[in-house]
Design a protein around this ligand. Structure first.
Ligand code: ADP
Ligand code: MG
Length: 650
């Protein structure tokens, strides 16, 4: 596997070098200002899309404010040049920082909401920016717009071609930086919060904070692009940064393919070239025929390799052939431009939800190269991968809850529950369905704030603290209904749990400082060790959603252990497992306890509970009805009565 990925890396590198060389040589080969400018615009849009993809593709949020942010970048540069004759090396960083600041301004309040509300808020934000630019004529010259020249570098005024080269360099730089961010712990945090927000928070990755980060970074790229756009067009006016552009950006990310830099480049090329293409019927005929042939070949390959059925491929094939036929049937495009544009958009959004890159990947069975093990990395030995819980002095009790009340409307899911967990033990929490066991875990991990009661963990109160804060203080958990980051590999899932081991900031990530390399390599080794610890060594590169159910539960445990917890909460870890799997699970839980980690175990399988637990607490209708050694509890009359109600306990 390692060898293959090395080979792939080299071929990717060669392709990338060839691509950059082609971009750099383009204006020498084709000395036509029109085409140079076209390509320049594509690259500038691509920079916006790299950033937008972080928000849309990775965190799964919607932004309709990116045209506004792009406009802010353009105006930051325009006003600086117009009012202060600022040089290029000033306008670029200022535009980036200024726009990133506005990104934070947008994100802080907006990200409290999500879905359609977030779309509305970002849309309003974009509109307000456009209106402000229009109204603040003392600064922006209002609707008149601002004219500016190409910038100078080192005292030399750049001509069209030279500025094009500057754009190439900055685009490649942006691409590398975005790529590095997304491959780092930051990118994993972004992806995780899309996969499962609740699990992210419980792994110490604050969903809210990383959503804001994503917006700020994304805005920074929009700012850079806006700044370059101002110089490229040499004229900016408020109308350029309208609603249409924002929708176009969004479509470009989706069409090109989310979570892909090539997708962003493709998307940018499409939104720049498609309108031009629809102006010229002869060119449109050529391109539609080429497109039809390409789709046909891709579909044929996909069907032969049994990656898709003929029925699935019928509509793309028929659609692209119909488009080509239409092109020959029409004499002029003028009347049809918008309709064709609309139909193509609809078709893509409806049919290519993973974008063009996703479609091609699926057809050719290419997997995302997600696992790149650094050649120097060796896995930490499984048992060393689990950190021994720190016994920082303190009392014999690691967790103490008293009088916990959790009320949902009229229902008391937890009613005056006391719980005292001794350090280093396995504490069972049992009770019939709906008795409040999971609610207790949610209260302990900050997902619910108890209506009343006190909880202290390692000497500090937990009540009112955020889930991520509680997680970082040493409580890890798994979920009754598995909460993995489905699109991420097993390795990446565990790496999210190791997020707390990174001190690297954006700069470290962007330039790959020694600190980042060290932390990153260490995290890979630890993650491999943890996967081996739960016996998932062979599934390292498998996407979590493709794992068998039992393995998914084990992966959750490995991820939770990555947090280096003092207390581990397991919510029905054996549910849905086969008998041999359960045996394996019991062995793993014992090993975890041997590392000094305290375990609270919710379980329906009585044999598991009885064989492992040091103490058992029994809940019924939200109240604790019994507590003590397993054998004693099992014989308790109240407990037997509670269970006769028809639970699956055996
Ligand atoms: P279990 O012991 O099976 O894990 P739970 O803790 O999941 O039980 O649920 C206890 C009770 O609290 C159930 O009646 C459940 O319907 C209710 N409950 C749990 N979460 C909520 C919620 N968010 N809103 C309303 N009721 C809830
Ligand atoms: Mg439950």
């Amino acid at each position: 596997m390692a060898l293959q990925s090395e080979k792939m890396k080299t071929s990717h590198l060669l392709l990338a070098i060839a691509g950059v060389a082609a971009l750099l040589l383009f204006p020498i080969g084709i000395d036509n200002p029109y085409y140079i400018h076209l390509l320049e615009t594509i690259m500038i849009y691509a920079i916006v899309l790299f950033g937008l993809d972080i928000v849309v593709g990775y965190t799964g949020q919607v932004s309709l404010g990116h045209a506004g942010l792009f406009g802010l970048g353009a105006y930051a540069a325009g006003v600086l040049v117009f009012k202060l004759a600022a040089p290029f090396w000033i306008t670029v960083p200022v535009a980036i920082l200024f726009t990133a600041g506005f990104g934070a301004l947008l994100a802080l309040p907006a990200l409290r909401v999500s879905g359609p509300y977030l779309a509305m808020v970002t849309l309003a934000f974009g509109t307000i920016i456009q209106i402000l630019i229009n109204e603040m004529s003392f600064l922006t010259e209002g609707p008149m717009g601002i004219k500016l020249d190409k910038p100078s570098l080192l005292g030399h005024k750049l001509d069209e071609r030279e500025f094009y080269w500057v754009v190439v360099v900055l685009m490649v730089l942006a691409l590398v930086v975005v790529h590095r961010i997304l491959r780092s712990h930051l990118g994993r945090a972004f992806e995780a919060l899309r996969g499962s927000p609740v699990a992210s928070d419980c792994m110490g990755v604050s969903v809210y904070r990383y959503k804001v980060y994503a917006f700020v970074i994304s805005a920074g790229f929009a700012g850079l692009a806006g700044c370059l756009y101002a110089y490229s067009e040499q004229y900016i006016s408020p109308n350029s940064y309208n609603f249409e552009l924002t929708v176009l950006f969004l479509l470009a990310v989706i069409m090109g393919g989310r979570k892909s830099r090539i997708g962003s480049l493709l998307g940018a090329a499409i939104i720049v070239l498609l309108p031009k293409l629809l102006d010229d019927v002869v060119l449109f005929r050529y391109v539609s025929v080429v497109l039809a042939v390409l789709v046909l070949v891709t579909a044929a390959v996909a069907i032969r390799r049994e990656r898709a059925t003929p029925a699935q491929m019928a509509i793309p094939v028929v659609g692209s052939i119909a488009l080509a036929a239409l092109a020959f049937w029409l004499d002029t495009m003028t009347d049809w431009r918008l309709s064709i544009f609309g139909v193509i958009m609809l078709f893509v959004v409806y049919y290519l939800q993973d974008g063009i890159v996703g479609f091609v990947r699926k057809a050719f069975n290419m997997r995302r190269p997600v696992v790149q093990l650094p050649p120097t990395v060796e896995g930490v030995a499984p048992t060393d991968a689990v950190a021994t819980a720190a016994h920082a002095g303190g009392s014999a009790e690691v967790l103490q809850a008293s009088g916990v009340l959790m009320q949902f409307g009229g229902l008391k899911a937890l009613n005056n529950v006391d719980l005292s967990i001794r350090r280093g033990t396995i504490h069972g929490l049992i009770g019939p369905n709906g008795s409040g066991k999971s609610t207790m875990m949610n209260v302990l991990t900050g997902i619910y704030v108890p209506t009343a009661g006190a909880i202290s963990f390692a000497g500090r109160s937990l009540v009112g603290r955020t889930s991520s804060d509680i997680a970082l203080s040493g409580i890890a958990r798994t979920f009754q209904n598995v909460q993995l980051f489905g699109e991420m590999t097993a390795l990446q899932n565990v790496q999210v749990g190791l997020h707390h081991t990174f001190a690297s900031n954006l700069f470290d990530v962007a330039v790959h400082t020694p600190r980042y390399r060290r932390e990153s390599d260490a995290a890979v080794s630890r993650a491999l060790g943890l996967l081996n610890f739960v016996g998932l060594g062979e599934f390292v590169a498998e996407e979590a959603r493709n794992l068998p159910y039992g393995k998914q539960r084990l992966l959750e445990i490995a991820r939770a252990l990555a947090l280096d917890p003092q207390l581990l909460l397991l919510d029905e870890p054996a549910a849905g497992l086969t008998a041999p799997d359960i045996k394996e699970l019991i062995a793993i839980i014992r090993k975890i306890r041997d590392h000094g980690i305290t375990v609270i175990l919710i379980e329906h399988h009585m044999d598991v509970v009885m064989s492992m637990c040091d103490t058992v607490s029994v809940l019924d209708f939200g109240q604790k009805i019994a507590e003590g050694e397993p054998a004693k509890v099992q014989a308790d009359e109240k407990v037997i009565e509670a269970y006769l109600g028809g639970s699956t306990a055996t």
